[in-house]
Design a protein around this ligand. Structure first.
Ligand code: HEC
Ligand code: HEC
Ligand code: HEC
Ligand code: HEC
Ligand code: HEC
Ligand code: HEC
Ligand code: HEC
Length: 364
């Protein structure tokens, strides 16, 4: 490595340390200087974009469109940009509430949900989320059934800041990288917004220090490379946020459509996984650094055919027709499930489905 790059790196490291105070986490900006290939792709992924200060979200103009939204029985809410950031304004017949919107969760591949700190004990998950499939605001997942009586209730659902079961701190932990800083008054500040390098590779400072002094062999031992991790453990690692496969004795409600979003839980049920002697993991089909939408249907088909070559997957009937081995395999064998309109997940329990019953394979 040449000298100028070396110096630039040390400066970057110093800046990272001062800004984040997060010990051995250095931030994706530092990794990018030596690993541009992974970084330029990962920068654009939904992982990297899964948390923003609300005003900085790329879709801010869509969710803060200053349009009146109505909520039964008699409430109106609008989100708009002000000189100090995004604000939410709520009205009923007598009252007005006007509060800042601080955080926007979700890259917007599917949805963006807005969050505001109310006081040290409580945060608000706003009632209206932005859904990309419909290009509009609609109730946040889990809110439709709630019936507000007061204006504060109409604004959204309060969450405890810290609560081991459903605290707002948990949202930050899965949507950011490194330890979340908790300032006096329970002001939450993620070390690095979004799911970045060190969320999967672990804290990188020792690796970077070894690499900077040219000790490549040691650098390699000081960073986790999931390439060498067995399939079953990859499911657990990704499952840290996507939910890990069920352990023995845990029962899963296979009729509850929201559970389909927990891909590791479902993939672990597949015969493709259980009968392939540890050959199948999330990484068989997904490039961990690339945006999902850059993967074509043909790529998934190739992955299936790597194990199910044209000879062993017999031409079998599809209701009245054959198994379409020429088609996009996942369409039938990993059906889409929509637990609510405008959200869509892929059933990772690979199997043979009755098209009317996409939650569970017909013979299981
Ligand atoms: C000063 C340059 C430098 C920086 C900064 C750097 N790396 Fe590396 N990294 C290397 C070198 C050199 C290797 C070993 C050669 C190779 O595999 O390209 C390496 C290898 C790796 C590997 C593969 C390890 C293996 O099994 O061989 C991973 C994973 C990795 N780096 C991740 C990261 C992450 C994450 C960051 C940021 C926290 C980071 N690197 C920052 C230089 C750097
Ligand atoms: C630190 C938590 C975390 C970890 C660890 C994690 N993910 Fe994610 N993942 C997320 C979040 C949050 C999203 C939602 C992104 C968004 O806002 O749309 C996501 C989204 C995704 C998507 C959809 C991306 C898109 O472009 O729509 C894929 C695919 C994915 N993750 C695969 C993986 C795999 C494979 C692993 C393990 C190698 C993994 N994830 C590990 C948190 C995590
Ligand atoms: C256990 C980790 C975890 C926690 C806690 C968590 N999320 Fe997520 N979140 C994810 C993952 C993983 C995805 C990607 C889901 C997928 O596409 O399968 C996601 C996706 C999202 C999305 C994109 C839309 C969607 O449903 O895919 C939004 C918005 C979101 N989360 C908001 C929140 C908010 C707000 C909270 C706190 C109330 C929260 N999340 C708590 C892991 C988590
Ligand atoms: C969602 C988890 C996840 C995130 C986020 C992530 N990586 Fe990785 N990374 C992986 C996995 C999994 C592998 C092993 C890939 C494989 O098997 O080919 C890997 C491999 C690597 C390697 C080694 C490549 C090789 O051929 O051995 C480098 C270098 C690397 N990542 C750098 C980065 C950098 C830099 C970032 C941030 C810009 C990053 N990663 C973000 C999961 C992740
Ligand atoms: C790592 C290898 C591997 C990959 C990749 C793989 N499978 Fe499989 N699959 C298997 C094995 C092994 C079985 C079990 C065969 C048996 O029962 O003897 C299986 C079984 C199946 C079955 C029958 C399930 C049942 O319940 O009877 C279907 C359908 C299937 N796979 C479709 C697919 C599709 C579609 C893909 C791509 C999205 C895919 N597989 C990817 C290895 C794989
Ligand atoms: C056999 C191939 C295959 C494997 C293995 C696989 N996926 Fe997927 N995954 C897909 C397909 C196909 C899609 C849908 C892609 C699309 O719609 O563009 C998908 C979509 C996703 C999404 C987007 C949300 C959704 O549900 O549609 C996430 C998140 C995800 N996968 C995570 C994972 C994780 C985590 C693992 C490991 C437990 C995993 N996947 C293993 C094929 C696979
Ligand atoms: C149009 C929907 C559809 C598509 C596309 C499709 N299949 Fe199938 N597949 C089915 C149905 C239905 C069955 C069960 C037929 C029966 O009743 O035996 C089946 C059965 C199977 C089986 C288990 C039976 C056997 O042959 O041992 C495998 C494996 C399989 N398909 C793999 C694939 C692969 C790989 C692809 C893509 C190259 C694919 N399928 C594309 C609908 C489909």
């Amino acid at each position: 490595m040449n000298r100028p790059l070396h110096l630039a790196l040390l400066l970057l490291l110093a800046a990272g340390a001062a800004a984040a105070e997060t010990g051995s986490f250095v931030g994706a900006g530092v990794c990018a200087s030596c690993h541009p290939a992974q970084s330029t792709r990962q920068d654009k992924s939904a992982h990297a974009l899964s948390l923003h200060a609300a005003a900085q979200h790329p879709l801010a103009a869509r969710f803060a469109a200053n349009e009146w939204l109505t909520r039964e029985p008699s409430f109106r809410v609008r989100y708009r940009r002000s000189p100090n950031g995004i604000r939410a304004q709520g009205h009923d017949k007598e009252n007005v509430i006007d509060i800042p919107v601080e955080w926007a969760f979700g890259a917007g591949e599917q949805a963006v949900t807005l969050v505001t700190r109310i006081d040290s004990e409580w945060h608000l998950e706003h009632h209206f989320s932005y859904y990309s499939a419909i290009g509009a605001m609609a109730p946040t997942a889990g809110h439709s059934a709630l019936q507000p009586k007061t204006l504060p209730e109409a604004m959204g659902l309060p969450y405890k800041t810290k609560d081991p079961a459903v605290g707002i701190l948990g949202c930050f932990e899965c949507h950011s990288t490194g330890p979340v800083r908790i300032s006096p008054g329970n002001i939450l500040q993620p070390a690095e917004a979004g799911v970045r390098c060190e969320a999967c590779h672990g804290p990188g400072r020792p690796h970077v220090q070894a690499a900077s002094r040219g000790d490549i062999r040691q650098a390699r031992t000081l960073i986790a490379n999931p390439k060498r991790t067995p399939a079953q453990e990859i499911l657990v690692k990704c499952g840290q946020c996507h939910r890990p496969p069920a352990t023995a004795g845990t029962s899963i409600d296979w009729n509850y459509s929201w559970n389909v979003r927990h891909q590791p839980v479902y993939l672990a049920q597949s015969k493709c996984m259980t009968k392939s002697a540890g050959q199948l993991s999330c990484l068989t089909c997904h490039d961990p650094h690339s945006p999902l939408k850059e993967t074509s249907k043909d790529t998934y088909r190739e992955r299936c055919l790597a194990c199910h070559d044209g000879r062993s997957a017999r031409a079998v009937p599809v209701n009245s027709g054959p198994c379409r081995k020429d088609g996009a395999c996942a369409t039938c064998h990993m059906p889409a499930v929509s637990p609510q309109p405008a959200l869509r997940f892929t059933n990772h329990w690979i199997g043979i489905y009755d098209p009317a019953k996409p939650l569970r394979p017909r013979n299981q």
